[in-house]
Design a protein. Structure first.
Length: 177
């Protein structure tokens, strides 16, 4: 249960710190969630299911995470500022979505520990606690990656610039300029 709290608090804190308000879209900002997802998977992944209902749950929650990540990415306002830098703006609606999702994930973790009916359902469907943990991790990773991909694509499509990489690197650091 401690791992569920740790993962949710780390993800929630990192995302809200990076995204709330008006923020410049940089390669570091886009790479940080990808690295975070990789670290979470490397530390907490237990045993990926290879068949049955456990695999369906893992794939299903990963898909839910991707959909929620796309919703989160759509909540952003993405624009170019007066200097030509890509920026995003996220507010209370974005924060509320992340808090609700993380709260729901914690609710599932608690139910797995304390709800007899949920435990019975897991047992009946041959879903181990490791498979449930992995499914919740895949959901978080899908959410992070889809949010990041959405932000990258939307910023790359902005008129008046050549995308994140060139517009956010100062000319003094740019190679070939």
């Amino acid at each position: 249960m401690a791992s569920a709290w740790i993962i949710n608090l780390v993800v929630l804190t990192a995302v809200l710190e990076a995204d709330l308000g008006q923020r410049r879209i940089t390669w570091f900002r886009l790479a940080r969630p990808v690295v975070l997802a990789g670290v979470i998977i490397a530390i907490y992944i237990e045993a990926v299911a290879s068949s049955g209902d456990a695999l369906v749950l893992e794939l299903g929650l990963a898909a839910v995470g991707v959909v929620l990540g796309l919703v989160a990415g759509a909540i952003f306002r993405v624009f170019r500022d007066g200097e030509g830098f890509s920026r995003s703006q996220a507010g209370a609606g974005y924060a509320a979505l992340w808090v609700l999702v993380m709260g729901a994930r914690l609710g599932v973790a608690y139910a797995a520990k304390d709800s007899h009916s949920f435990q019975t359902w897991l047992f009946t469907h041959h879903i181990t606690s490791a498979a449930l943990t992995d499914a919740l991790i895949f959901m978080a990773a899908g959410l992070l990656l889809a949010r990041t991909g959405s932000l990258l694509l939307r910023s790359a499509r902005l008129p008046g610039g050549s995308g994140v990489a060139r517009r956010n690197v100062p000319a003094s650091l740019s190679v070939g300029r």
